[in-house]
Design a protein around this ligand. Structure first.
Ligand code: HEM
Length: 208
Protein backbone atom coordinates (compact mmCIF):
# COMPACT_ATOMS: atom_id res chain seq x y z
CA UNK A 1 0.00 0.00 0.00
CA UNK A 2 2.76 2.49 -0.87
CA UNK A 3 1.81 6.06 -1.77
CA UNK A 4 3.12 5.63 -5.32
CA UNK A 5 1.01 2.52 -5.89
CA UNK A 6 -1.70 3.87 -8.22
CA UNK A 7 -3.95 0.81 -8.04
CA UNK A 8 -4.08 0.72 -4.22
CA UNK A 9 -4.90 4.43 -4.07
CA UNK A 10 -7.60 4.10 -6.72
CA UNK A 11 -9.07 1.17 -4.82
CA UNK A 12 -9.08 3.07 -1.50
CA UNK A 13 -10.71 6.13 -3.10
CA UNK A 14 -13.42 4.06 -4.80
CA UNK A 15 -14.14 2.11 -1.58
CA UNK A 16 -14.38 5.39 0.35
CA UNK A 17 -16.73 6.95 -2.23
CA UNK A 18 -18.80 3.76 -2.24
CA UNK A 19 -19.28 3.78 1.53
CA UNK A 20 -19.81 7.57 1.71
CA UNK A 21 -22.57 7.34 -0.93
CA UNK A 22 -24.03 4.30 0.82
CA UNK A 23 -24.30 6.31 4.06
CA UNK A 24 -26.19 9.07 2.21
CA UNK A 25 -28.55 6.59 0.54
CA UNK A 26 -29.28 4.23 3.41
CA UNK A 27 -29.33 7.08 5.95
CA UNK A 28 -32.15 8.70 4.00
CA UNK A 29 -33.91 5.36 3.52
CA UNK A 30 -33.98 4.99 7.32
CA UNK A 31 -35.04 8.61 7.72
CA UNK A 32 -38.01 7.98 5.38
CA UNK A 33 -39.02 4.73 7.09
CA UNK A 34 -38.23 5.24 10.76
CA UNK A 35 -38.69 9.02 11.13
CA UNK A 36 -40.80 10.44 8.33
CA UNK A 37 -43.40 7.66 8.19
CA UNK A 38 -44.55 8.07 11.82
CA UNK A 39 -44.16 11.85 11.50
CA UNK A 40 -46.44 12.07 8.44
CA UNK A 41 -49.10 10.02 10.26
CA UNK A 42 -49.21 12.70 12.95
CA UNK A 43 -49.50 15.75 10.61
CA UNK A 44 -52.73 17.32 9.38
CA UNK A 45 -53.28 17.93 5.65
CA UNK A 46 -52.49 21.66 5.78
CA UNK A 47 -49.12 21.04 7.47
CA UNK A 48 -48.32 18.25 5.00
CA UNK A 49 -49.05 20.60 2.08
CA UNK A 50 -46.73 23.23 3.56
CA UNK A 51 -43.87 20.91 4.56
CA UNK A 52 -43.70 18.08 2.00
CA UNK A 53 -43.18 20.08 -1.23
CA UNK A 54 -40.14 21.65 0.48
CA UNK A 55 -38.80 18.57 2.24
CA UNK A 56 -39.39 15.70 -0.18
CA UNK A 57 -37.74 16.97 -3.40
CA UNK A 58 -34.58 17.85 -1.46
CA UNK A 59 -34.47 14.54 0.43
CA UNK A 60 -35.31 12.55 -2.72
CA UNK A 61 -32.50 14.24 -4.70
CA UNK A 62 -29.84 13.09 -2.22
CA UNK A 63 -31.60 9.71 -1.90
CA UNK A 64 -31.66 8.78 -5.59
CA UNK A 65 -28.24 10.19 -6.45
CA UNK A 66 -26.76 8.57 -3.33
CA UNK A 67 -28.20 5.28 -4.61
CA UNK A 68 -26.73 5.85 -8.09
CA UNK A 69 -23.28 6.74 -6.78
CA UNK A 70 -23.25 3.72 -4.40
CA UNK A 71 -24.31 1.45 -7.26
CA UNK A 72 -21.72 2.73 -9.77
CA UNK A 73 -18.86 2.76 -7.22
CA UNK A 74 -19.94 -0.71 -6.03
CA UNK A 75 -19.62 -2.19 -9.50
CA UNK A 76 -16.28 -0.43 -10.06
CA UNK A 77 -15.10 -1.86 -6.72
CA UNK A 78 -16.29 -5.31 -7.78
CA UNK A 79 -14.29 -5.01 -11.01
CA UNK A 80 -11.17 -3.78 -9.19
CA UNK A 81 -11.26 -6.56 -6.55
CA UNK A 82 -12.75 -9.55 -8.27
CA UNK A 83 -12.38 -9.04 -12.02
CA UNK A 84 -9.02 -7.29 -12.51
CA UNK A 85 -5.46 -7.83 -11.32
CA UNK A 86 -2.67 -5.33 -12.11
CA UNK A 87 -0.33 -6.99 -14.59
CA UNK A 88 -2.71 -9.87 -15.37
CA UNK A 89 -5.59 -7.77 -16.75
CA UNK A 90 -9.34 -8.43 -16.69
CA UNK A 91 -10.85 -11.76 -15.66
CA UNK A 92 -11.90 -13.51 -12.43
CA UNK A 93 -9.20 -13.08 -9.79
CA UNK A 94 -8.26 -15.56 -7.05
CA UNK A 95 -10.63 -13.64 -4.74
CA UNK A 96 -13.50 -14.67 -7.01
CA UNK A 97 -12.61 -18.27 -7.81
CA UNK A 98 -9.88 -20.84 -7.35
CA UNK A 99 -9.36 -24.40 -8.64
CA UNK A 100 -11.91 -25.43 -5.98
CA UNK A 101 -14.59 -23.17 -7.50
CA UNK A 102 -16.17 -19.91 -6.38
CA UNK A 103 -14.83 -18.52 -3.08
CA UNK A 104 -16.83 -17.85 0.10
CA UNK A 105 -15.89 -14.18 -0.21
CA UNK A 106 -17.40 -14.03 -3.71
CA UNK A 107 -20.62 -15.70 -2.53
CA UNK A 108 -21.01 -13.12 0.26
CA UNK A 109 -20.42 -10.16 -2.04
CA UNK A 110 -22.70 -11.58 -4.76
CA UNK A 111 -25.44 -11.93 -2.15
CA UNK A 112 -24.90 -8.32 -0.99
CA UNK A 113 -24.69 -7.01 -4.55
CA UNK A 114 -27.87 -8.83 -5.63
CA UNK A 115 -29.85 -7.33 -2.74
CA UNK A 116 -28.31 -3.87 -3.27
CA UNK A 117 -28.96 -3.94 -7.02
CA UNK A 118 -32.64 -4.83 -6.45
CA UNK A 119 -32.75 -1.89 -3.99
CA UNK A 120 -31.16 0.46 -6.54
CA UNK A 121 -33.70 -0.70 -9.16
CA UNK A 122 -36.56 -0.01 -6.73
CA UNK A 123 -35.25 3.50 -6.08
CA UNK A 124 -34.88 4.47 -9.73
CA UNK A 125 -37.74 2.56 -11.34
CA UNK A 126 -40.42 2.35 -8.64
CA UNK A 127 -39.96 4.83 -5.77
CA UNK A 128 -38.70 7.87 -7.67
CA UNK A 129 -41.19 7.65 -10.60
CA UNK A 130 -44.07 7.27 -8.10
CA UNK A 131 -42.81 10.13 -5.91
CA UNK A 132 -42.36 12.37 -8.96
CA UNK A 133 -46.04 11.85 -9.83
CA UNK A 134 -47.13 12.38 -6.21
CA UNK A 135 -45.13 15.62 -5.97
CA UNK A 136 -46.46 16.93 -9.32
CA UNK A 137 -49.83 17.49 -7.61
CA UNK A 138 -51.61 16.22 -10.75
CA UNK A 139 -53.02 13.09 -9.15
CA UNK A 140 -55.73 12.65 -6.54
CA UNK A 141 -58.15 10.07 -5.13
CA UNK A 142 -57.54 6.39 -5.89
CA UNK A 143 -54.65 7.09 -8.26
CA UNK A 144 -52.83 9.08 -5.59
CA UNK A 145 -53.46 6.37 -3.01
CA UNK A 146 -52.17 3.71 -5.42
CA UNK A 147 -49.01 5.75 -6.10
CA UNK A 148 -48.40 6.23 -2.37
CA UNK A 149 -48.91 2.51 -1.68
CA UNK A 150 -46.54 1.53 -4.51
CA UNK A 151 -43.78 3.85 -3.27
CA UNK A 152 -44.27 2.86 0.37
CA UNK A 153 -44.16 -0.89 -0.42
CA UNK A 154 -40.95 -0.61 -2.43
CA UNK A 155 -39.41 1.52 0.31
CA UNK A 156 -40.34 -1.10 2.93
CA UNK A 157 -38.89 -3.90 0.80
CA UNK A 158 -35.66 -1.91 0.46
CA UNK A 159 -35.48 -1.32 4.21
CA UNK A 160 -35.78 -5.05 4.89
CA UNK A 161 -33.23 -5.90 2.18
CA UNK A 162 -30.75 -3.33 3.54
CA UNK A 163 -29.99 -5.47 6.62
CA UNK A 164 -28.82 -8.67 4.88
CA UNK A 165 -27.31 -6.58 2.06
CA UNK A 166 -24.92 -4.97 4.56
CA UNK A 167 -23.95 -8.38 6.00
CA UNK A 168 -22.98 -9.38 2.44
CA UNK A 169 -20.87 -6.22 1.98
CA UNK A 170 -18.93 -6.51 5.22
CA UNK A 171 -18.70 -10.31 5.45
CA UNK A 172 -17.01 -10.57 2.03
CA UNK A 173 -13.64 -9.04 3.04
CA UNK A 174 -13.86 -9.74 6.79
CA UNK A 175 -15.52 -13.13 7.28
CA UNK A 176 -15.07 -15.10 4.09
CA UNK A 177 -16.25 -18.60 4.99
CA UNK A 178 -19.82 -19.33 3.96
CA UNK A 179 -22.42 -22.07 3.90
CA UNK A 180 -26.21 -21.98 3.38
CA UNK A 181 -26.88 -22.08 7.14
CA UNK A 182 -24.56 -19.13 7.85
CA UNK A 183 -26.28 -17.12 5.12
CA UNK A 184 -29.76 -17.95 6.42
CA UNK A 185 -28.87 -17.16 10.04
CA UNK A 186 -27.42 -13.73 9.14
CA UNK A 187 -30.33 -12.90 6.83
CA UNK A 188 -32.74 -13.81 9.67
CA UNK A 189 -30.80 -11.71 12.25
CA UNK A 190 -30.82 -8.71 9.89
CA UNK A 191 -34.55 -8.98 9.11
CA UNK A 192 -35.35 -9.34 12.81
CA UNK A 193 -33.41 -6.17 13.68
CA UNK A 194 -35.10 -4.17 10.87
CA UNK A 195 -38.52 -5.39 12.05
CA UNK A 196 -37.60 -4.26 15.56
CA UNK A 197 -36.57 -0.83 14.25
CA UNK A 198 -40.00 -0.42 12.59
CA UNK A 199 -41.71 -1.34 15.87
CA UNK A 200 -39.50 1.09 17.78
CA UNK A 201 -40.04 3.92 15.30
CA UNK A 202 -43.61 4.59 16.38
CA UNK A 203 -42.63 4.80 20.06
CA UNK A 204 -39.29 6.56 20.40
CA UNK A 205 -38.50 10.27 20.36
CA UNK A 206 -42.13 11.34 20.65
CA UNK A 207 -42.85 14.29 22.93
CA UNK A 208 -45.43 13.13 25.45
C1 HEM B 1 -25.74 -0.88 -5.11
C2 HEM B 1 -24.99 -1.93 -5.36
C3 HEM B 1 -23.73 -2.28 -4.61
C4 HEM B 1 -22.69 -2.95 -5.14
C5 HEM B 1 -22.59 -3.43 -6.58
C6 HEM B 1 -21.69 -3.09 -4.10
C7 HEM B 1 -20.46 -3.71 -4.25
C8 HEM B 1 -19.45 -3.78 -3.28
C9 HEM B 1 -18.18 -4.43 -3.45
C10 HEM B 1 -17.73 -5.19 -4.71
C11 HEM B 1 -17.47 -4.29 -2.30
C12 HEM B 1 -16.07 -4.83 -2.01
C13 HEM B 1 -16.13 -6.11 -1.20
C14 HEM B 1 -14.80 -6.77 -0.96
O1 HEM B 1 -13.80 -6.09 -0.79
O2 HEM B 1 -14.77 -8.01 -0.96
C15 HEM B 1 -18.29 -3.53 -1.39
C16 HEM B 1 -17.90 -3.16 -0.12
C17 HEM B 1 -18.69 -2.46 0.76
N1 HEM B 1 -19.98 -2.05 0.54
FE1 HEM B 1 -21.06 -2.29 -1.20
N2 HEM B 1 -22.13 -2.49 -2.96
C18 HEM B 1 -23.38 -1.98 -3.20
C19 HEM B 1 -24.17 -1.31 -2.28
C20 HEM B 1 -23.81 -0.99 -0.98
C21 HEM B 1 -24.64 -0.29 -0.04
C22 HEM B 1 -26.06 0.22 -0.30
C23 HEM B 1 -23.95 -0.17 1.11
C24 HEM B 1 -24.47 0.48 2.36
C25 HEM B 1 -23.83 1.35 3.05
C26 HEM B 1 -22.66 -0.79 0.92
C27 HEM B 1 -21.67 -0.87 1.87
C28 HEM B 1 -20.43 -1.42 1.68
C29 HEM B 1 -19.37 -1.43 2.69
C30 HEM B 1 -19.44 -0.84 4.10
C31 HEM B 1 -18.27 -2.08 2.10
C32 HEM B 1 -16.88 -2.27 2.68
C33 HEM B 1 -16.73 -3.55 3.41
C34 HEM B 1 -15.35 -3.65 4.03
O3 HEM B 1 -14.37 -3.11 3.49
O4 HEM B 1 -15.26 -4.28 5.10
N3 HEM B 1 -22.61 -1.29 -0.36
N4 HEM B 1 -19.50 -3.24 -2.02
Amino acid sequence: MALQDFFSNLHLLVRWLHILSGIVWIGLLYFFNFVNLPLQASLDDATKKAVNPQLMPRALWWFRWGAMSTFVMGWVLFTLKYMYAPGAGFGPTSLFSTADGITGRAIWILMGMTFATVMWFNVWFVIWPSQKKILSGQFSGDTLTALRTRAAKASRVNTFLSGPMLFGMIAAPNYGAVNPLTLLVYIAIAMFVIKGAYALSTKVGVKK
